[in-house]
Design a protein around this ligand. Structure first.
Ligand code: ASP
Length: 323
């Protein structure tokens, strides 16, 4: 008998649709509790409602709560896999937080839904079934935390929500999904070249994410320099460049020893130090700005938040982002 720990956290997958107004709202009883019978007879599913939140209400504090539950589940030694249902808005962030912080002896898979269980063409039960099959797969080990949506298997590190409502919303820019669930078959065809874990049992730092735009100036950087921020991530232009007017504020933050990490606001590709003009990536690097190639802004923010708990130097932080 295999055993799956199924943790519900809320999101559309746990909500219902008012047929008259179309409003999507939380329900008293989690609708997925009725679907246990759909799974194999030789499978025991232990369900836990750790909290019931729309995912825009989820913060790193809730992510840490899930991480702690998964770590104790690992110590209990009775589970073959863990599946989490989660709202899709911040699913990729919880998934990556768990990827960076959780050591567990079983695969961890997140899933959600774009439609409520009572909507026509609902995707939640199918996504849950595919997530459970993936968590049970012998091939799901050593691939980091996984996200299964719409019959695709993605890594927590690179997956992102790309559409507001379409069921095919979760995509992995640049690299693609690492597997598929085709009918009953779970098939992997790619693997991350490395996985990494940085244990944390508390989160005490403040890390902010900014997006660059044409004509951006130092206003936001000055405001951050006047606040108590511990780190800043910037979704920079193109390959990793900023308008020159941002530099006075940026330098204030660097002088205060605040790490600044650059990712790209472009959907595909990686941030790199290429351009040597004022505000170009090479110039930013010379000033002491760090680069996080391949990560999105929200993911780099979580990684910096976690790394800052480990009291690393800027150079050590840079090395961890270049891995
Ligand atoms: N707004 C919802 C949430 O993230 C969307 C969803 O679950 O798909 O909780």
């Amino acid at each position: 008998m295999k055993r799956i720990l199924l943790i519900h956290t809320g999101g559309t997958i746990s909500m219902s649709t008012d047929q008259r107004t179309g409003a999507v709202k939380p329900t008293d009883e989690h609708p997925l509790h009725q679907y246990g019978h759909l799974f194999e007879e030789n499978l025991e599913i232990i369900e836990e409602d750790i909290f019931q939140l729309p995912s825009p209400h989820v913060t790193p504090a809730e992510m840490l709560l899930i991480q702690k539950r998964l770590m104790t589940a690992g110590e209990e030694g009775i589970y073959d896999g863990a599946v989490l249902t989660h709202g899709t808005d911040t699913l990729e962030e919880t998934a990556y937080f768990l990827d960076l912080t959780t050591e567990a002896p079983f695969p961890i898979v997140l899933t959600g839904a774009m439609r409520t269980v009572d909507e026509i063409g609902s995707d939640g039960v199918r996504n849950l079934q595919n997530a459970i099959w993936t968590a049970l797969s012998e091939d799901a080990f050593d691939k980091g935390v996984l996200v299964v949506m719409n019959e695709e298997i993605h890594t927590a590190r690179y997956v992102t929500k790309t559409h507001t409502t379409n069921v095919a919303t979760f995509r992995t820019p640049t690299f693609g999904p690492i597997g598929i669930v085709s009918k009953h078959e779970v098939r992997f065809f790619q693997k991350l070249v490395f996985t990494e874990t940085y244990p944390v049992d508390k989160l005490t730092k403040k890390v902010t994410l900014l997006k660059a735009y044409a004509g951006m100036d130092s206003t936001l950087f000055d405001a951050l320099a006047d606040s108590s921020v511990d780190g800043v991530v910037i979704e920079a232009l193109g390959a990793g460049n900023l308008p020159p007017q941002t530099l006075p504020g940026l330098k204030r933050l660097l002088e205060a020893d605040i790490p600044i990490v650059i990712v790209s606001r472009a959907f595909n590709g990686i941030a790199q130090d290429i351009y040597a003009y004022t505000g170009g990536g090479k110039h930013l690097k010379e000033l002491g700005v760090l680069f996080a190639p391949g990560l999105s802004g929200p993911k780099a923010r979580l990684k910096l938040l976690i790394l800052l708990e480990h009291n690393l130097t800027h150079k050590e932080i840079q090395d961890k982002f270049l891995k």
